[in-house]
Design a protein around this ligand. Structure first.
Ligand code: SF4
Ligand code: SF4
Length: 239
């Protein structure tokens, strides 16, 4: 979710690159888990998060939507987010010991916290949210803290996704026809979230052969870029 705030007010004023050291590591916090409670609809999920979640839990997107995930509107666009439930308004994946039960395939925003992304030009850097968590932390390399496979390719995906969401927001904002807005949102959800991603892609779909792609995430990225191409063509969105 985007926020329009003064960076100086919510951070230490610095912008970090992936190789920089930052005071973000809270792994000895004894399961404080405050960042897994009362987060409202702020933990939005991108298609790669859904890919990881469906693969890791074995649940379909439809099944996740019954308990752990909900849909919310952000700047006119319907996006899924982690649902906060119960008296303590906590994430459904938080276990009774105050630990994340899906740590290995937790969403990107959970991997970032207490860092945030600061988009500028055609890229982004990171900032440290100093008011969100006051627990003492140790220094860690940004890239290690985020702990995402194939960082470079994932960053490129995030940038393309960010740009696409911005374009869809703009399209919705500039059009007053409610039916049109509804249809764009439905197409967007169906294309990128509700249609299951295959976990393996046969190279026959690209080259006429039958071998599988080597890395599991290849399957996601291939399908994402194909879907993005189709979606952009239907709505005539520029790249
Ligand atoms: S980031 Fe902060 S709020 Fe979240 S678990 Fe660590 S110490 Fe707790
Ligand atoms: S997915 Fe895990 S880290 Fe993220 S909010 Fe839920 S319990 Fe916390």
């Amino acid at each position: 979710m985007r926020r329009y705030v003064n960076l100086e007010e919510i951070s230490d004023g610095k912008k970090y690159d992936e190789e920089d050291m930052v005071k973000a590591d809270c792994l000895d916090c004894s399961g404080c888990s405050k960042c897994c409670q009362g987060m409202g609809n702020s933990i939005t999920l991108d298609p790669y998060d859904i890919w990881r979640l469906t693969k890791g839990t074995g649940l379909s997107m439809e099944a996740l939507l019954t308990e752990q995930v909900e849909l919310s509107v952000a700047d006119g666009v319907i996006l899924p987010n982690l649902k906060m439930t119960g008296e303590r308004e906590q994430c459904a994946f938080l276990n009774e010991k105050g630990r994340c039960s899906i740590h290995a395939f937790r969403p990107g925003i959970c991997r970032l916290f207490p860092l945030g992304r600061y988009y500028e030009g055609n890229t982004f850097r990171y900032f440290l949210q100093t008011g969100e968590c006051i627990h003492p932390k140790t220094k860690i390399k940004v890239r290690k803290w985020i702990d995402t496979p194939d960082y470079k390719r994932n960053k490129e995906f995030i940038l393309q996704w960010h740009s696409l969401v911005n374009q869809v927001e703009e399209l919705i904002r500039d059009n007053e026809d409610d039916e049109f807005r509804k249809n764009i949102n439905l197409l967007f959800l169906k294309t990128f979230y509700l249609t299951p991603y295959q976990t393996e892609i046969k190279t026959s779909e690209k080259s006429g052969e039958t071998d599988m792609e080597g890395c599991e995430d290849d399957a996601f990225y291939i399908q994402f870029y194909e879907r993005q191409k189709r979606f952009r063509a239907i709505l005539q969105l520029p790249k």
